[in-house]
Design a binder for this molecule. Structure first.
Ligand code: ADP
Length: 292
């Protein structure tokens, strides 16, 4: 069964494209990363599937319920962290947590206390006294305290220091182990690689690739770094070429023998060939799309 299923989901803000004919399925129990550059449509997708904004066309189901018909029922089983959480300034953090629990009609004060302790949030501070990172923690606690079936987080780690990020991921994995589906957007690829099982890449309002993180990371291309000089202008399969005073570096997906021949004719003092990092692989998805 799917936790999230969108078919042809489209949202236009007037004439501005938010998302366009977006198809995406996320299985229940998954730990899913939603990756894309700024403006790609990540927040629009999230706000649309949670019924916070209405789609222009297309449809979506969350936890098996149609988003336009069962908005309230589905939100009761969802925890949501917006990219920029806004709270009542004069209210103490503890009161915000309590109010958010009451809205869900759940008593979860014990778990909320545990979360505050683990994320080191001072509940006696007023929201306007909290730093950006502490406001983020408050948003995370409000999204998780009622142990929802689906946890949707929009750019959750921005503003958290590394220690708090580690604790945050520990907490999310605990929720995933109890069966909750985790869906989070990010443009930090390392955190997707380290934590998510599956991922989708969004660009220009549509999904350009989806699959397991290990599948998405697979590539035939290698990063070739050369000390010295060689004429590679006739080589096919060269991308992301960078030159400096010592030599050059590029991604190569062509024939090994052609590369060796080109290098043999040059003045090459050193060479390293490595697997490209996840960042480079995902950049390659973006570049391919841009070239079409
Ligand atoms: P992301 O979350 O990936 O950064 P968004 O979903 O915020 O992307 O934005 C996708 C596109 O929709 C952008 O071009 C953005 O300017 C536009 N957009 C987002 N929210 C609004 C809004 N409330 N009004 C008008 N345009 C918007």
């Amino acid at each position: 069964m799917y936790a999230i299923r969108a078919q042809g989901l489209t949202k236009y803000y007037g004439r501005t494209r938010g998302i366009e004919k977006l198809d995406l399925s996320v299985e229940k129990g998954d730990f899913f990363g939603f990756i894309g550059p700024n403006g790609a449509g990540k927040s629009t997708f999230i706000r649309t599937i949670l019924g916070l904004i209405s789609p222009t066309s297309g449809r979506a189901e969350v936890l098996g319920m149609d988003i336009s018909e069962k908005k309230e029922k589905l939100l009761a089983n969802v925890g949501y962290l917006p990219s920029e959480a806004i709270f009542y300034d004069g209210m103490k953090a503890g009161k915000v947590i309590k109010l958010s629990a009451e809205l869900r009609k759940r008593s979860c004060s014990r778990y909320a206390e545990e979360l505050c302790e683990r994320l080191q949030l001072d509940v006696n501070k007023r929201c306007d006294e909290l730093s950006f990172g502490n406001r983020k923690k408050l948003g995370i606690i409000c999204a998780l305290q009622h142990e929802p079936e689906l946890i949707v987080l929009d750019e959750p780690t921005s503003g958290l220091d590394p220690l708090m990020q580690r604790e945050f991921w520990n907490i999310l994995h605990e929720h995933n182990r109890r069966g909750a589906t985790i869906f989070l957007s990010s443009h930090i690829l390392s955190e997707i690689r380290n934590n998510c099982r599956n991922a989708a890449i969004i660009r220009g309002g549509s999904i350009i690739a989806t699959g397991s993180v290990s599948e998405l990371s697979k590539t035939d291309a290698r990063r070739v770094a050369i000390m010295g000089s060689a004429d590679i202008s006739a080589l096919e399969g060269v991308r992301a070429l960078e030159k400096n005073e010592q030599g050059m570096s590029f991604l190569y997906s062509g024939e090994a023998s052609s590369l060796l021949r080109a290098l043999a004719c040059g003045d090459v003092r050193g060479i390293t060939i490595t697997e490209p990092g996840l960042e480079e692989i995902f950049m390659h998805y973006y570049e391919e799309e841009a070239a079409e």
